[in-house]
Design a protein around this ligand. Structure first.
Ligand SMILES: *Cc1c(COP(=O)(O)O)cnc(C)c1O
Length: 358
């Protein structure tokens, strides 16, 4: 704290990212990175674009990428907003559509960055409690009485539980809140959930956010996007162009486009992650873990006798990093990224040793 901090800076609640160790040979299962690496065609495209052209500013609208993304969903480039990772897209969306309104609704257990944006932009939020199995009833998602709420934010699949909502539930939430913007964060959707992208043309109150960080293994490139009706997207552009005209560099635009077009790599790697997720789920369940049904590239697991914090420390000693959160409802749970088949074996071996149930 310094006496020079603004009142806004004093009230911030910054997000704490998972550890990125500098040295050491850790098996990194703590930040949901994709173990298979980006499309080789994306890397080739980035190398080919690494030239004198970098002296020029990039296309501020990333129009080629927006066109390609829109086309995949039967949408036009006007339906697509691009940002420096979906975290930036989410920040601009919160600013553009939620700030200055009534409280927004969030699940009590969800991606904690949403609360950071709320603190940054002075947005109030109300928690909708998930049930004992971390599930939600779409009927719970509406404003009180006749007053619409300021907005609704749902991660689908949810983080850090991995539980997906069926599309029918999203449709119900959109239908029962016609005057409320519903933001669906689909960071993990490609690992087995249904995207709401196909509902964008039908629902003017829907904003869908996706990222290249997880299923396309480009967390280091920083590319995310939102899909919505053009007037909504225009609102996000106004915020972005009041902040940074060029959130995506030339290499990011080029690499993301090549990754988007490499359907074969995308399909092969996500199928592998889903297959290993099933194996890891069974293995952990056999060692006394309760594992939530995951549609993401991670598992959320709690052991019947050994506290999560003990497991976290013991795994770290064995060279495996997983993620632990301290919020009351989930402090006895661990979030474990699905790594390579070999990483999964190493994790199961270590948890087998620790639990004595190898
Ligand atoms: C990883 C993640 C994101 C952000 O990803 P970016 O790397 O910023 O694109 C957004 N939402 C959720 C729920 C995530 O887990």
């Amino acid at each position: 704290m310094s006496r020079f901090w603004s009142p806004v800076a004093q009230k911030l609640v910054p997000y704490t990212p998972g550890e990125q160790p500098r040295g050491g040979a850790f098996v990194k299962l703590n930040t949901n990175e994709n173990p298979y690496g980006p499309s080789p065609l994306a890397l080739q495209a980035i190398r080919a674009a690494t030239d004198d052209g970098l002296r020029l500013y990039p296309d501020p609208a990333a129009a080629d990428l927006a066109r390609a993304i829109g086309a995949r969903f039967g949408l036009s480039p006007d339906n697509v907003f691009l940002g420096n990772g979906s975290d930036e897209v989410l920040a601009h969306a919160f600013h553009a559509v939620f700030s200055g309104k009534g409280p927004i609704l969030l699940p009590d257990v969800t991606y904690s960055f949403y609360r950071s944006y709320c603190a940054l932009y002075g947005i109030e939020n109300r928690e909708i409690p998930l049930d004992a199995d971390f599930r939600t009833d779409p009927a719970d998602w509406k404003g009180h009485g006749s007053a619409p709420c300021g907005g609704i934010v749902i991660a689908n699949p949810n983080a850090p539980t991995g539980i997906a909502l069926p599309l029918a539930a999203i449709r119900q939430i959109l239908t029962q809140n016609p005057d409320t913007l519903v933001l669906i964060d689909e960071a993990y959707v490609d690992f087995g959930a249904d995207s709401a992208a196909g509902l964008v043309a039908e629902f003017g109150n829907l904003l869908v956010v996706q990222t290249f960080s997880k299923s396309r293994s480009l967390a280091g490139l920083r590319v995310g996007f939102a899909l919505g009706q053009p007037s909504l997207i225009e609102g996000l552009r106004r915020v972005k162009d009041s902040f940074n005209s060029y959130p995506l560099g030339r290499l990011a635009q080029t690499g993301a486009l090549a990754a988007w077009e490499d359907a074969a790599w995308f399909e092969q790697t996500r199928q592998q992650v889903m297959a290993d997720r099933a194996r890891l789920t069974d293995g952990l369940a056999g060692q006394g873990f309760r594992v939530l049904p995951s549609a993401a590239n991670f598992l959320f697991a709690s052991h019947e006798t050994i506290p999560a914090e003990t497991l976290l420390a013991d795994l770290r000693t064995r060279g495996l990093l997983v993620r632990h959160f301290t919020a009351p409802r989930i402090r006895n749970w661990l979030r474990i990224t699905v790594g390579t088949a070999q990483d999964c074996d190493a994790l199961l071996q270590a948890t087998g040793d620790i639990t004595g149930r190898a």
